[in-house]
Write a protein that binds this ligand. Structure first.
Ligand code: SAM
Length: 159
C-alpha cells in the first residue's frame, strides 16, 4: 500500500473513531486532552464535535493553523512526557494521542511513558484513543467502530 493510501486510511479511522466517541459514547464532564496538536486538524474536529468543552492541547512546538490555535492557557508547549505530568489528576473525559512520527524507533520511545500518562490524565471511566497501542493494566481495550482495521487505531476505557 502506498504511503498516501495508508495516510488516508489512518485519517479516516481517526475521524471515525473520534466521531464515535463524541456522538455515541457517554463522556464524563472533564476536559479533553489532545496530545500532538500538529496542524490542529483533530483539535478543530474535537472542538466542533464537543462544543463548549475545554480542549487542552500539547505539542513540542506550535505549528498549528491560526484557525485551530487553542486559547491562552490551553496550548502547552514542550516535550509532552514532561509538560503533561503537571496535569495528572485533571480527570480528563478523553485523551486523544496522535504523536506518531511514522518512524518505529522514535514511536517506541514515546511508548515508555505514554500509557502511564494517559492513565494519570484520565478520570475513571474516561476514554483514550491513540494511534499507538497503550498497554497498561488500568486501560481496558474497547472494540473499534465498524470498518476500522484492528491495529490502525486503539481505543480504551480507564478502569
Ligand atoms: C501526527 S502530528 C499530529 C497531527 C494532529 N493531530 C493534527 O490533526 O494536525 C504529531 C505531533 O506530535 C508532536 N509530538 C510527537 N512527539 C512529541 C513529544 N514527545 N512531545 C511533544 N510533541 C510531540 C509532533 O511535534 C507533531 O506535531
Amino acid at each position: 500500500m502506498s504511503r498516501l493510501e495508508s495516510f488516508i486510511r489512518r485519517l479516516t479511522a481517526q475521524r471515525d473513531i473520534l466521531d464515535t466517541i463524541c456522538q455515541e459514547m457517554a463522556l464524563g464532564d472533564g476536559p479533553v486532552i489532545e496530545l500532538g496538536l500538529g496542524n490542529g486538524r483533530t483539535y478543530d474536529h474535537l472542538r466542533e464535535r464537543l462544543p463548549g468543552r475545554r480542549v487542552i492541547a500539547f505539542d513540542r512546538v506550535n505549528a498549528a493553523n491560526l484557525r485551530s490555535l487553542p486559547p491562552e492557557g490551553d496550548l502547552i508547549l514542550g516535550e509532552i512526557g514532561e509538560t503533561a505530568q503537571a496535569f495528572a489528576g485533571i480527570g480528563a473525559a478523553l485523551v486523544h494521542a496522535d504523536i506518531g512520527s511514522g518512524y518505529d524507533d522514535l514511536d517506541e520511545l514515546n511508548l515508555r511513558w505514554l500509557p502511564q500518562l494517559a492513565v494519570d490524565l484520565l478520570a475513571p471511566g474516561g476514554i483514550a484513543a491513540s494511534g499507538v497501542p497503550l498497554d497498561h493494566p488500568a486501560l481496558a481495550p474497547l472494540p473499534l467502530p465498524e470498518g476500522i482495521r484492528p491495529g490502525r487505531y486503539f481505543l480504551y476505557r480507564r478502569r
